[in-house]
Design a protein around this ligand. Structure first.
Ligand code: FUL
Length: 473
């Protein structure tokens, strides 16, 4: 009897410890999220009545006829996106003004009610078809907040929103990313909506399980906490979302910006930013388009900090991307191509050095993210890159094997030549970390891991000499 009690107690303890271990399993990306990470950079297109009224937030009472692009050509958007090296396009199918860029059966405020193409136009149909033709992923922004819909603020609106998503997935899929905007105010009847987020999530899961859903707090992708395109220097892909919902009450923007080191779910950050001051096209901003150099800087602070870059390029009243914006996008692509062309690690020997061994390790410079160097005893081992000839450089790119989770918490790089040693300390790596430093002629660059969660796995290391004007002092 006593033995039995003991056995039961032991089994119970074991059972609960197993549950704890299972609950504490390290978050890892799903296959869909892994594929999302590889999208790196794509375009956002804010297009709708605001394009024609010069507003940023329409009131929802704009006459439908106001939407009347004269030369609508989503093929042009796609060609420019391709030339710029963007991998997809996300469009505002419905912004806060409630106007639907597709002829939704669940609204009377759509392209169908406008005189554009005699009410026969369908922006989503034409754009999704063009994206397929040009090999771009197609994504949809749909604002839960609706300043037009008569049912907004009542339970019926939850049906409307779900029905609209049904239409989108059925008629315009596959939809690679779905964007739920967090802005939330009163509707036309002065009421606030109680959103049924659980139902919305279920709808997507049922209709399109491969779609990744963005909102302030995921479930798959999180907002980065600002609209400037800048991820935290420390950027964890994990986030704790208990007690928060997509529409309201997200964690503080500072938390969204850096994530939670021990967060429970894999919810990586996406950096949304506009190429112009506004999200929608305004003629008076034609001279305020960001420069290729500014975009390059943002690329370093988004993709270069392990996040994705969602760059808004708003079509104008013709329904075309303005010449100024396309020129800048092509300039931005040229800067990336030119500066990341000569990977200087090709001319170096890569070693893993520990207290009692030196191993040749060409896995981090084999241009294959499927292979990696594993640093288990990272406080004793380090990666040493030894140049055949003294090499001038100011940039290192590191990739962590995030498929197995995100582990690097603190590391430093050390650059050495015969007369000086320079050391720079950093925190996270994630999918990709692009680090710039003052230009130096080096014989050796070494990477030392100081703190980490588990075994550290580095898939690739690249080294470059960037144009110094692009590197912040
Ligand atoms: C915000 C919106 O209120 C802006 O109009 C824009 O769509 C931006 C991307 O998200 O929440």
């Amino acid at each position: 009897m006593a033995l039995n009690k003991f056995t039961i107690a032991a089994v119970t303890v074991l059972y609960f410890s197993c549950i704890t271990i299972v609950l504490k399993a390290q978050p890892k990306p799903t296959l869909q999220q892994l594929a999302w990470h590889d999208m790196e950079f794509y375009l956002f297109t804010h297009f709708g009545p605001n394009t024609f009224t010069n507003k940023e937030w329409g009131h929802g009472d704009e006459p439908e006829d106001i939407f009347n692009p004269t030369d609508f050509d989503p093929g042009q958007w796609c060609r420019i996106a391709k030339q710029a090296g963007a991998k997809g396009i996300i469009i505002t199918a419905k912004h806060h003004d409630g106007f639907c860029l597709w002829p939704s059966k669940y609204s009377k405020h759509t392209v169908r009610e406008s005189k554009w193409k005699n009410g026969k136009g369908d922006v989503l149909k034409e754009l999704s078809t063009a994206c397929k033709k040009y090999g771009l992923k197609f994504g949809i922004y749909i604002s839960p907040w609706d300043r037009n819909h008569p049912d907004y603020g009542t339970e019926k609106y939850n049906d409307v929103f779900v029905n609209m998503m049904n239409e989108l997935f059925i008629n315009y899929g596959p939809i690679w990313e779905l964007w739920w905007d967090g802005a939330n105010g009163e509707g036309p009847n002065g009421k606030m909506q109680v959103y049924d987020w659980a139902r919305y999530r279920e709808t997507v899961k049922k209709l399109s399980p491969n779609t990744v859903v963005f909102s302030d707090v995921g479930p798959h992708i999180r907002w980065v906490g600002n609209e400037n395109g800048i991820a935290g220097e420390t950027n964890w892909n994990m986030l704790d979302t208990a007690g928060f919902t997509a529409g309201a009450g997200a964690p503080a923007t500072e938390i969204l910006n850096v994530g939670n080191m021990n967060g429970e779910a894999w919810i990586p950050a996406e950096c949304d930013v506009s190429i112009r001051p506004g999200w929608f096209y305004h003629k008076e901003e034609d001279d305020k388009v960001k420069t290729p150099e500014q975009l390059f800087g943002l690329y370093l602070k988004s993709v270069g900090r392990g996040a994705n870059l969602l760059l808004n390029v708003p079509p104008d009243r013709r329904g075309l991307i303005h010449e100024k914006d396309s020129a800048v996008l092509i300039g931005f692509k040229k800067l990336r191509d030119k500066n990341f062309k000569h990977n200087l690690i090709k001319d170096a020997r890569v070693l893993i050095i520990s207290a009692d061994s030196i191993k040749d390790k060409n896995l981090v410079n084999d241009n294959n993210i499927g292979t990696f160097a594993e640093i288990s005893d990272y406080q004793k081992e380090f990666i040493s890159i030894q140049f055949k000839n003294m090499t001038r450089l100011n940039c290192i790119v590191l990739n962590e094997k995030i498929k197995d989770g995100q582990n690097v918490q603190k590391f430093y790089i050390q650059l050495k030549n015969s007369y000086k040693t320079q050391r720079y300390v950093f925190s996270t790596i994630g999918r990709e970390r692009i680090i710039t430093f003052p230009v130096i002629d080096a014989d050796e660059l070494s990477i030392h891991f100081v703190e980490g969660k588990k075994k550290i796995k580095i898939t690739e290391v690249e080294l470059y000499r960037l144009n110094e004007k692009l590197v912040e002092k």
